[in-house]
Design a binder for this molecule. Sequence first.
Ligand code: FAD
Length: 440
Amino acid sequence: MAFDFSVDPEFQVKLDWMKKFVKEEIKPLDLVWPHDVFKKFTPQQEAIIAPLMQAVRDQDLWACHLGPELGGQGYGQVKLALMNEILGTTSWGPRIFGTQAPDTGNAEILAHFGTPEQKEQFLAPLLDGKIVSCFSMTEPQGGSDPGIFTTTAVKDGEFWVINGRKIWSSNARWASFFITMVVTEPGAPLTKRMSMFLLPADTPGINIAYNFGVEGEGPDDISEALIHYENVRVHESAILGGAGNAFAVAQTRLGGGRVHHGMRTIGRCQELLDQMAERVLSRTTKGELMSEKQAIQMKIADSYIELQQLRLLVMYTAWQIDQYQDYYKVRKDIAAIKVQMTRVYNNIAQRALNIHGAIGTSTALPFVQAVRGAAVMGLADGPTEVHQVTVSKQVLRDYKGSPTTFPTYLIPNLKADAEEKLFGKSTTPRVPDRTDLQAK
Ligand SMILES: Cc1cc2nc3c(=O)[nH]c(=O)nc-3n(C[C@H](O)[C@H](O)[C@H](O)COP(=O)(O)OP(=O)(O)OC[C@H]3O[C@@H](n4cnc5c(N)ncnc54)[C@H](O)[C@@H]3O)c2cc1C
């Protein structure tokens, strides 16, 4: 039986290189440019960042979510999980390694469904780390229910004309292109109602009406866009994956994106646990180290246990994706990760903040930001509740209801069955069902 948690020594060398590189070369970027990850680089940033990206390429670690045909390494999801744990401790890490959301998912869509010209114009510079992109799906009237999306494209000869509004289109102001989900077949069932359009950012009619910020960002950093699509006219070749196929196309990006968030969250939570550990081993109260207090020990223990559970779930799911090469087949566990990573991140961030006392609430430490990050994680890529619905549906599809009024697992009935099997007759009275009564 193959059941192995070891990392092959060659890849461990890569991971060790990554850990050192992230600590020494990338963490400083987080400190000096915390909000610039998706912006166009300044000449000073370009001079510092280009050699770092090259160093990653030289190690064969660039864009590892992709197969070799697209410039990645084809390492698979399990190895990617180990890498993303390291990258998750930084904001800049994924950009320097060519694995940042939402560009990873958009690259996967373009790779699968783009024409050769579209790939040359957008995929190549995206994979090169030269440009960033935007995924524009959520609408102001409600993101959880695509059934109420109203942004529409109407056919006009060889062209489509798009009108409507999208919101929370991350990084729109810096993006070179948008992948936008639009109703093209209004009368069709939901899963065949929409199409995915590739829109160059300079297409006339794409108007950013407002940028929302998330807590902690300055006015130059905010980039959660409300976009008005006003008579946006594009050639029919802008549809990716065929008209009416947006749901199938979206699967290409959303499944992987969520698992990768899970992988990075593990790294983030491990760092919070490390910080808690240092604090409780440094600070004394009522005559002893905080680490000696049982209430503190419970927080440390629960954080470790929850993190290990999440890690196992993520690794198991990554392994399944490698086995089946099919995100859809693994959707139950992908949705489970989405639910659980939010909870674990929130729990550990809250504990870390609490253990640090007042300074934990300050901007001198990362804990308020982490709590906010967990809240965002519970919404971006779909709210927790929607993923719980997915998990529940997938779990229940393998079951069926009892054929009688009572549960099939009533102990007296099971015991009567057991006695009949073992002794040829039973002395335990069965709980009668209505069908038994009718038979009498
Ligand atoms: C920082 C950030 C970045 C984002 N980036 C992008 C992006 O790049 N592109 C993009 O298209 N979108 C993006 N989103 C949007 C995100 O996908 C939506 O916020 C999400 O789908 C929820 O939609 P909503 O905000 O309209 O909330 P609503 O749909 O109004 O849901 C609000 C709440 O209602 C409850 N709820 C909703 N549905 C159900 C249900 N079926 N059962 C039970 N309870 C339910 C949940 O508690 C949920 O949290 C981003 C969001 C954030 C916060």
